[in-house]
Design a protein around this ligand. Structure first.
Ligand code: TSX
Ligand code: MN
Length: 601
């Protein structure tokens, strides 16, 4: 038991911070308290300690230099949305898109779980900055945690340590982030957000999205709330630069629901057929974009993170060579297969399948294994992850530290639609683009749990991450459009359209650059299109398809719309909009009506 706090030796003069750390430590009762400085020496020390307890396993340092392996508890392998709450005074503020608890109840319920939860453990104090330290975009957080795994992940995912405390100074503001694994019991797990208090309390989990509090909790849920009141945007978007043959870089921010290959797109490699033109791709981020209007009237974006926390299964030298090169060193692998030679493997990795290994549950595993009910036993968990520094990505942009970010020319929404949506289309204007984002949807794949083909709406890919009522969020998007002199153009893409035999019509992956090329040319008013009921769609000849072997009729299908399917979609959208009640802006219904009328013409 920690008997006294040596407060005079603490590396900060920030009174609010000191008071809060004392209060939280009195509640959680750790045996020791450590201020994380972010140094290399500290990293070595923490790794050594976690290796000794088995919390981490050292991989073969010849093959995987600097790499570590970790498993989370079997009941703790994904974000737990049903245990995630927004704690605001009124439920209306949280909206139908969030679970809600009053702040009083939240503090009381979680407080009972935090009480004494760190007995026998060390409480680590992690000061971190989301966004370049000192940038006008940046927000400082301080996470208290009893997990070394969390400290080592935050070290990759954020700018952290002494430099952040320096920036915070004696009276700087910060998001108070409290985390304890407690007993990892999922009946005593809560992920609570207190937007009015700028605080996050997460207890009972050790899984990334629930515990790396700078990521979804701060950079999306809390930040989206702050962004609305401060007049900026916190979005679930990748950021990429496409350098055209003349050396000009167009920056794109893009939102996709899960399982659409967002990380793959962010790290795209130009295809052979287009490479000779001189295109290059620059990755700025793969998950989160913070965007502000600058003095030029344009929208500028930073990636608040410094790492990738990517899904491992399906990542290979075909789907994402840059990701494979990124995770070769200094990477933490979570819930993948551990091979006998202290290597790692996941479903869909290149090379030979290991003949045996220890799977994500820590059990002996062989390829082809089935359980009692005849179902395939996974080696790696489908949600297994790599945590790797962005600086190791071969395509990383040299502007990731720029304090004003990169200027966004195009916003791209996407989804997985087998039949409805064409390969790409452009919104008529900002308001119509907001409507397209608000109606985003994906169809469930066979790989996902639940009914295959079911349409799930996920506006702007923010449904699980918007920290307030989504009706108000759509209004904020509309308001932002009015404030910009040069708003980005808005597009929608669908890489997943099927032919009558159920085969993908578009080759996807690197070939998507052909679609991005059209998007860029539209931004510079140099590409043709056809005006349709849903927006501007390219004609087949408006896309550069050189070197691609797609029949003319297939291209026509990819770029076509079926009015009856779209009228059915209109009815589905209306039902979805109604779930937001009176919070839904009238403009969204005007857009819906406009679409219905254009379809009937
Ligand atoms: O990530 C994907 N992208 C974006 C890449 C930049 N995936 C993988 C989705 C799961 C995460 C895709 N899958 C894409 C895509 O553009 N397209 C498809 C569908 C597809 C799959 C295989 C083939 C073609 C399309 N081709 C062959 O199998 C040969
Ligand atoms: Mn994400």
């Amino acid at each position: 038991m920690l008997t006294a706090f040596n407060v005079s030796k603490w590396p900060t003069q920030n009174a609010e911070l000191k008071t809060w750390v004392i209060e939280m430590a009195e509640m959680c009762q750790p045996d020791a308290l450590v201020w994380v400085d972010g140094s290399e020496e500290e990293k070595q020390r923490l790794e050594k300690e976690a290796l000794a307890t088995g919390e981490l396993i050292l991989l073969d340092q010849q093959k995987w230099p600097g790499c570590l392996y970790h498993r989370t508890a079997a009941n703790d392998v994904a974000r737990t949305e049903h245990l995630t709450y927004i704690c605001t005074p009124s439920q209306e503020e949280a909206g139908p898109n969030n679970n809600w608890m009053s702040p009083e109840e939240g503090y009381k319920k979680a407080g009972a779980l935090f009480n004494g939860s760190m007995k026998g453990r060390t409480m680590y104090v992690i000061p971190f900055s989301m966004g370049p330290v000192g940038s006008p975009f940046a927000k400082i957080g301080v996470e208290l945690t009893d997990s070394i795994y969390v400290v080592l992940n935050m070290r990759i995912m954020t700018r952290m340590g002494e430099k952040v405390l320096q920036k915070l100074g004696p009276d700087g503001a910060f998001t108070r982030c409290l985390h304890s694994k407690a007993d990892l019991d999922d009946t005593r797990r809560l992920i609570l957000h207190f937007p009015h208090d700028n605080a996050i309390w997460s207890v009972g989990s050790g899984y990334g999205g629930n515990v790396l509090l700078g990521k979804k909790c701060l950079s999306l849920r809390i930040a989206s709330f702050l962004a609305r009141s401060e007049g900026w945007m916190a979005e679930h978007m990748l950021i990429m630069g496409v350098e055209n043959p003349s050396g000009h870089i167009v920056y794109i921010a893009a939102a996709f629901p899960s399982a659409c290959g967002k990380t793959n797109l962010a790290m795209l490699i130009p295809p052979e057929g287009l490479k000779h033109k001189g295109y290059r791709i620059w990755t700025v981020g793969d998950d989160i974009a913070w965007m502000r209007i600058d003095t030029d009237g344009k929208l500028w974006a930073v990636n608040p993170e410094t790492g990738f926390f990517g899904v491992a299964p399906g990542t290979n030298m075909q789907s994402n060579p840059n990701a494979m090169l990124t995770v070769k060193k200094n990477t933490i692998f979570t819930n993948v297969v551990l091979t006998p030679d202290k290597g790692i493997w996941w479903e869909g990795m290149d090379g030979d399948v290991p003949q045996e290994g220890i799977n994500w549950e820590g059990k002996p595993w062989k390829p082809g294994m089935v359980d009692d009910t005849g179902n395939k036993v996974h080696g790696a968990h489908p949600n297994s992850r790599f945590t790797a520094p962005v600086t190791q990505c071969p395509s990383i942009s040299n502007r990731i530290e720029h304090h004003h970010g990169v200027p966004i020319d195009a916003i791209v929404f996407g989804g997985r639609r087998a039949h409805l949506a064409p390969l790409v289309y452009e919104a008529f204007d900002w308001k119509h683009g907001v409507f397209i984002g608000a109606t985003m949807a994906s169809e469930r794949t066979a790989a996902q749990f639940g009914k295959q083909g079911e349409v799930r709406r996920d506006p702007m890919a923010m449904l699980p991450f918007c920290g307030y009522n989504m009706g108000h969020y759509f209004q904020h998007w509309l308001d932002m459009g009015k404030k910009m002199d040069k708003a980005p153009k808005i597009f929608n893409v669908n890489w997943f359209r099927l032919d009558d035999d159920g085969r993908f019509m578009w080759p996807g992956f690197g070939e998507n650059l052909r679609v991005l090329e059209w998007i860029m040319d539209r931004c510079m008013n140099t590409a043709g299109s056809k005006r349709t009921a849903i927006g501007y769609i390219p004609k087949a000849r408006d896309l550069d398809l050189a070197g691609l072997d797609i029949p003319e009729t297939t291209m026509e299908k990819l770029l076509s719309i079926d009015k009856n399917d779209w009228l059915e979609e209109v009815r589905d959208i209306e039902a979805f909009f109604k779930t937001f009640g009176s919070a839904m802006p009238q403009e969204m219904y005007n857009q819906l009506e406009g679409l219905a009328e254009r379809l009937k013409q």
